[in-house]
Design a protein around this ligand. Structure first.
Ligand code: PLP
Length: 438
């Protein structure tokens, strides 16, 4: 058998792990994030040019699963998880394209990672008979995707933590609508608090011994790796048609989606420039402009799924490009404030009849800026969610109701509820220990 590809912690203090155990664990024991010991290299010629998204994913991810018990099931996992399209649609008015990542069950790109993670965990044998509790901190979209992916899966409970009042009404409804094995907690704080609480619980060995815990944040390799698939698929399709690489503008918060694109380029597939568009949380734009990396508290914006002041995947980015100069050369990032997001949404609706979600609007604004300084490259902007999820922001700006996709409509018809929790690590730990919960 071929040597397995092993995974190391970005903090260097954990033993090497197989992909199965890295996926099962979420976070490495030293608090770092798992990364492959070396990124594989792949040749565009290795892919079936007529393959589906799931076929592309299976070829792309095979080297990451080399020698692992999940390797054999990988094509089936990809078919299960990636059973919806991620079309690349022309935007002729802008000489650009849009990569639509919102055709999954919860109408945001997070469905891809959540469904892949669920398909892996379903197949991993567990020594422990007790249910596995999956903790997920969400700034809005992750929680719903993970809840939907694990809903009614035997042996798994999902606990969703979201910042109360900082997600859209429809997002809150989605998060609380699952019942059964999926519970939502409305945390009296910000997304960064939710993320910190999850990390604290996962890092508590005594708690882990009582309640087996795992995470489903974008820190999980089981979510990050499959996100490479749609970039690889779109880039290969583009390359066959145009014989040139695909240039991307990616709305970015925690850096999971953008890191996947950077990895696809790094492993040798035809992606050209990658630009990041952030909201008013400017940690990444400041770093890429040359300032020190300065993580901070997030501020709330109308693009709430990107309200991140301390992007956790930055550790992986740094591992990938250890030298600051090399890292800064990989991409550029801009910060787009709320009034510019609003202005972009209303202007594009008025002038072109186009409707985006507020996150996608940050990418659209960056494209507008590039065009206004004479850049005529064939850019692809990445649409991370359906605008109907953010109706309270979008509809007043575009001046008409946005049609709700059927899967989202079905969720909105269910009743929803969520428990209140203080933004306190110990409060979550106590709650998880409660016998009623076992
Ligand atoms: C999660 C999310 C983002 C940000 O993605 P990251 O991987 O955290 O950078 C952008 N847009 C939407 C709609 C999202 O749900």
């Amino acid at each position: 058998m071929t040597e397995p590809l092993l995974y190391l912690s970005t903090r260097g203090q954990s033993p090497a792990a197989t992909i199965s155990s890295a996926i099962a664990a979420g976070l490495a024991p030293d608090g770092g994030l798992y990364v492959p010991e070396a990124l594989p290299r792949l040749d565009p010629g290795a892919f079936d040019p007529h393959g589906t998204l799931a076929d592309t994913a299976a070829t792309l991810l095979a080297p990451f699963f080399t020698g692992d018990p999940l390797a054999e099931a990988l094509p089936a996992i990809c078919r299960e998880a990636l059973d919806f399209d991620t079309p690349l649609r022309p935007m002729p008015r802008h000489d650009a394209h849009m990569l639509e990542l919102f055709h999954g069950p919860t109408a945001a790109f997070k469905d891809v990672g959540a469904r892949f993670l669920a398909a892996c965990l379903r197949r991993l044998p567990r020594a422990d008979e007790r249910p596995l509790t999956i903790l997920v901190a969400t700034s809005g979209d992750t929680g719903a995707a993970v809840g939907a992916a694990f809903h009614r899966q035997p042996g798994v409970r999902v606990v969703i933590l979201y910042p109360d009042g900082l997600v859209s009404p429809r997002q809150a409804h989605q998060l609380g609508c699952f019942d059964d094995n999926v519970q939502a907690l409305r945390v009296q704080g910000r997304f960064d608090d939710c993320q910190r609480m999850v990390k604290a619980a996962l890092n508590d060995a005594a708690l882990q011994a009582e309640r087996p815990l795992s995470s489903a944040n974008s820190i999980s390799l089981g979510r990050l790796l499959p996100q490479m698939s749609y970039y690889a698929h779109a880039a290969l399709g583009w390359w066959h048609e145009h014989d040139s690489p695909l240039n991307l503008i990616i709305p970015t918060g925690n850096l999971g989606n953008a890191l996947a694109a950077l990895w696809v380029r790094e492993i040798g597939l035809p992606i050209g420039e990658i630009c990041l568009s952030c909201n008013a949380n400017a940690t990444l734009p400041e770093f890429f402009e040359g300032q020190d990396y300065r993580p901070r508290e997030a501020v709330a914006t109308v693009a709430n799924a990107m309200d991140v002041g301390a992007p956790s995947n930055f550790e992986r980015l740094r591992w990938t490009f250890p030298y600051a100069a090399e890292l800064r050369a990989q991409t550029q990032a801009i910060s787009v404030d709320d009034s510019t997001i609003r202005d972009t949404l209303s202007r594009h609706a008025r002038e072109h009849g186009e409707v985006f979600c507020p996150h996608t609007a940050t990418a659209m604004h960056l494209l507008d800026r590039l065009r206004s300084v004479g850049n005529s490259s064939p850019w692809t902007i990445v649409a991370t969610a359906h605008p109907a999820k953010f109706e309270s922001v979008v509809e007043p700006l575009v001046g008409h109701p946005v049609a709700v996709p059927p899967a989202l409509a079905a969720m909105l018809e269910r009743t929803a509820s969520a428990e209140v929790m203080d933004a306190d690590d110990e409060a979550l730990k106590r709650w998880l220990r409660e016998p009623a919960y076992a």
